[in-house]
Design a protein around this ligand. Sequence first.
Ligand code: CA
Length: 595
Amino acid sequence: MKKYSWIAAAMTVCVWVALAQRPKQVDDNALKSAAKEGDEWLTYGRDYGETHYSPLKQIDVSNVKRLGLAWSWETESPSGGRVEGTPLFSNGILYGSLAWDVLFAVDARTGKMKWRWDPEIPRQHISQICCGPVNRGVALYKGKVYAGLLDGRLVALDQQTGKLVWEVQTLEDPGAIITGAVRVVKGKVIVGNSGAEQAVRGHFSAYDAETGKMAWRFYTVPGDPSKPFEHPEMAMAAKTWTGEWWKMGGGGTPWDAMAYDPDADILYVGTGNGGPWSHVYRSPGGGDNLFLASVVAVKPETGKMVWYFQETPGDDWDFTSVQPMILADMAINGRQRKVLMHAPKNGFFYVLDRITGEFISGDKYAKRVTWAKGLDSKGRPIEAKGNRAALDQAVIISPGPGGAHNWQPMSYSPLTGLVYIPGQESSYTYRLASAFTYNRGTRNMGMQGGLGPRLPNGQTAPPPPEPPAATPAREPEGAETQPQATGGFLVAWDPKTEKERWRLTGAGGLNGGGGTLATAGNLLFHGPVAYNAETGEKLWETDLGGTNVTPISYSLDGKQYVTLFARNYPNNRLFTFVLDGNQPIPPVPAENTAK
Ligand code: CA
């Protein structure tokens, strides 16, 4: 008897050792516990709450000056695109996406490429598309790597080999593309679409991670009300539209932000601007136009809506609400709240109750916000008089279509209680086009100026000229009392008080763009620069030569690393830093600046 229990114990130990040595798999449990486990970076925002916060603290305010390059990898990113991706880290390997949806795996110990997969996107396909051939990242789940592609495919690759396992076409409209990172929730891959400038109809959908079979689709704007609606939420949304919007797409493309609360089992998705931009051409009798520029909360198993919150009713300014959002728990006015925090393009920082969708608070996080005077007690904007373009009147509005915050992820440190928003002050002259005809598959703005067609080389052509308006453009009422737009900023925002703790400003951008990373070492990384997260004091900085993307942090063989993309194509590199790293930063080749 004794002998048998000894054997059983030995067998248990063997199984335990085997399990410990088997590569860790990214499954539901791993994704759920990511918020507490600091070693890996398993999903776009590191955890389901999308905090972009690392609990690692080997690198901290006292030693960050010793940070140096461990290695860098020449990505040979295809020309004509920008790199906006946040890589993932699991089991010693970094996974990610480059321009034109080239996906890769790199050994994080050596910086050597493990595999590379090029979907060979037809370059012509996106010649009309607004935002360049970018891809913000991949998802990992049970041995596969998932990505949405510019040509509308959702693909699953074998995590070990980079070989295609399955692919499925997710788009309906020839003007639509995919640029956002996909996420995996409860065995389903969630993917949105992009292209509201083409006036395509927005939707996000769930596909079975194993088979690629579609489970559900949530449209963000209603279709033809004379036909049965695809899902019940569309009947309610259709009451907020006028005219014949369904003959165009309507917009609302959810091209970036998602977050998931596993306890409440609610998936949150941010939706895009109206398509066409102009409210009068899109919905001539007015209306809020649900679910444009909103946060939509749904059940991940069915896609059934739990609540919605619209941030910019009747959008007229390309004010998307797809900017990355963050879930956190905090005490506000003495009450513990489960909140969703959001800094969309429109310049207001929102704190919502993420269980009910109730508006808790909101205030301007950009200095210059002229389109609205503020938010009412329900969070609805109080629009400034004269803030919408008319045929005989162009208007100058802050922020402009780039938004006070765009795709660059913000981060949240539970240590400081602050949200770190990489944003910009801007303004833009909105001129209504003198006439508007919808053309499926092409730019459909309803506004003059702004974005011309994208050329095959990836550059944007100037818009077709129109005769100048009879009266000069003017600003809305109250604009004269606001500070001038001054370019890029990095603000540390206290969501409990809706006040800034500190703010850094830089003309034309700060640290070359990209999102932020907060760490338990009380650091804030923005590009290859580290700040004291509490005070904003700059503690470490290096020049990587060109634009920078969003840093991540992870632990490998007992050491904490910080990894980020930098430099434009074709010399885009993945840089990895560690304490006492001693590799020299490779010089920027001459052609990097020439192109
Ligand atoms: Ca847009």
